[in-house]
Every structure is written in structure tokens, then in C-alpha cells.
Design a binder for this molecule. Structure first.
Ligand code: FPP
Length: 254
């Protein structure tokens, strides 16, 4: 089915291990750019530049595999605490990326979306992101979702405030508040919860990412730094995912 893999050495070596179950939604914490650069005596921003190249590579590959949603943690609400020069470089990345990547996004029918507080981003970042959303709005393939100025606690706080307001406005009562109301008031209201969450570069934590949405996601932690993360690593992550027994708190029949 996936001729693309047939060319892949990994598949030739493990021919029986074919991908049969593709996760609908993969979320990635793209960690390790800074350490990758430091190890090579380069400035941290070089790591972010290489990280951007990985974003392009993995987006195209995920799209070819038939993943429907790819959410990438690009900038958290906590990342503002980094040195000014680094924040400024990260804020310029969307413009850099979309100016070179747009033709391939169109070719691959990829639709760009964003979660997070976009209004608080600098003007040029906001424009680059909004233009990419606008240019790709009619694409029907992979949804490429950038988490930008995103924090899960902030997102949930906003939902709580909105739900409280709805109750005050008599839209529904306190007793009627449901999980659905919470989900519908998150940035991810139009997106199914992630099936697989990948974090690169060895850390095993969630760092304020999609806390509500990952209730039943499978987690995969790899030591590979994001700039070194390849199609083969992504493929291996998907192989691992399909070997997991997802029970969602219930039981699976043998
Ligand atoms: C974490 O590595 C990475 C980030 C905070 C930024 C992620 C950004 C990209 C991968 C570039 C692409 C983004 C866009 C919007 C096009 P780190 O700096 O925390 O690494 P460290 O833990 O080794 O210091």
C-alpha cells in the first residue's frame, strides 16, 4: 500500500513490519534544538533553523502517510522567558518558513492552522501565520497545526472563564456543564484528540502541552534531537504506535 516505504531501508530490513494503523492525529514536542547546536559549537538559533528544516521534512512525510492532523509545539507561553535575541529569532521563523515552504504545502494539499494566543504575537509573525492560513484554507489534506504562544493551562483557564460566562448568561446550568463544553471551548475544538504524542531529545515531560487533549494519547519519547529527527524516526514511532494496545480504560477482547 505504501510504496513510499518500500524504498525505505528500514522497511526492506523489516518487511513484515508494515504500517497498517496510521494515527489520525500526531502531536510533537519538538525539543532539543538548543542542545543540538551547542554540541556543534553553534549558536542556539542555528538549532532552531535546522529544526525548521525538520518541520518541512516531517510535514511532507506525515502527509504522504495519510496522517490527518499534525500538531507541532513551536512556541509556548513560557518561551517568552528566553533571551530576547532567541525569542526574536523564533518569532521570525514562521515568515522564513512559509516564504520558502508555501509551494510544497500547496503541492501536498496541506492546510495550515494555529492554536494559541496569536493576537499577542509580533505583527510580522501574525501576518506570516494568517497569510499561510488564508493561502491554504481550501486545501483538504493534512492539517498542519502550529502551537504558537500556546500554553495548556492558559487554554483551560480561558475555557473556564467562557463556560462561567455562559452559565451567567443562562445558556446552560452548572449541572449541565459537560466534557463536551470544555472541549468546545479549547483552541482544539475542531480537532480530534492526539492519538500519538512524540517528544524528541530525551526529556520525559509534557511541558504544558495539550493537557486535556492527551488524556488517552499514546506517548513516545525518543532521545533523538529534533534537528536530527528523520522520516525513518517518524516511521519507527508509527510502528511503535501500532504495537500499542489502546483500551481507553476498558478491556480489549483477546
Ligand atoms: C525546543 O528546543 C524548541 C523550541 C522552543 C522551538 C521549536 C521551533 C522549531 C522547531 C522551529 C520551527 C518553528 C516554526 C514556527 C516554523 P529547545 O530550544 O528547548 O532545545 P534545548 O532543550 O536543547 O535547549
Amino acid at each position: 500500500m505504501f510504496k513510499f516505504f518500500r524504498k525505505n531501508e528500514l522497511v526492506e530490513k523489516n518487511d513484515k513490519q508494515e504500517l497498517k494503523k496510521i494515527p489520525t492525529h500526531v502531536a510533537i514536542i519538538m525539543d532539543g534544538n538548543g542542545r543540538w547546536a551547542k554540541k556543534r559549537n553553534m549558536p542556539r538559533i542555528k538549532g532552531h533553523y535546522e529544526g525548521m528544516q525538520t518541520v518541512k521534512k516531517i510535514t511532507k512525510y506525515a502527509s504522504k502517510l495519510g496522517v490527518e492532523y499534525l500538531t507541532l509545539y513551536a512556541f509556548s507561553t513560557e518561551n517568552w522567558a528566553r533571551p530576547k535575541e532567541e525569542v526574536s529569532y523564533l518569532m521570525d521563523l514562521p515568515e522564513k518558513m512559509f516564504s520558502s515552504f508555501m509551494p510544497e504545502l500547496m503541492e501536498n494539499n496541506v492546510k495550515v492552522e494555529v492554536i494559541g494566543v496569536v493576537e499577542k504575537l509580533p505583527e510580522n509573525t501574525r501576518k506570516a501565520v494568517n497569510d499561510a492560513i488564508e493561502n491554504t484554507k481550501n486545501n483538504t489534506g493534512l492539517k498542519l497545526i502550529f502551537a504558537l504562544n500556546y500554553g495548556s493551562k492558559d487554554e483551560m483557564l480561558r475555557a473556564i472563564k467562557q463556560i462561567t460566562k455562559d452559565v451567567q448568561d443562562n445558556k446552560y446550568s452548572i449541572d449541565e456543564i459537560s466534557e463536551e463544553h470544555v472541549s468546545q471551548n479549547l483552541f482544539t475544538s475542531n480537532t480530534p484528540d492526539p492519538d500519538l504524542l512524540i517528544r524528541t531529545s530525551g526529556e520525559q515531560r509534557i511541558s504544558n502541552f495539550l493537557l486535556w487533549q492527551i488524556a488517552y494519547s499514546e506517548f513516545l519519547f525518543t532521545k533523538v534531537a529534533w534537528p536530527d529527527f528523520t522520516e525513518e524516526e517518524f516511521y519507527k514511532a508509527l510502528l511503535e504506535y501500532q504495537s500499542r494496545d489502546r483500551r481507553f480504560g476498558g478491556l480489549n477482547e483477546d
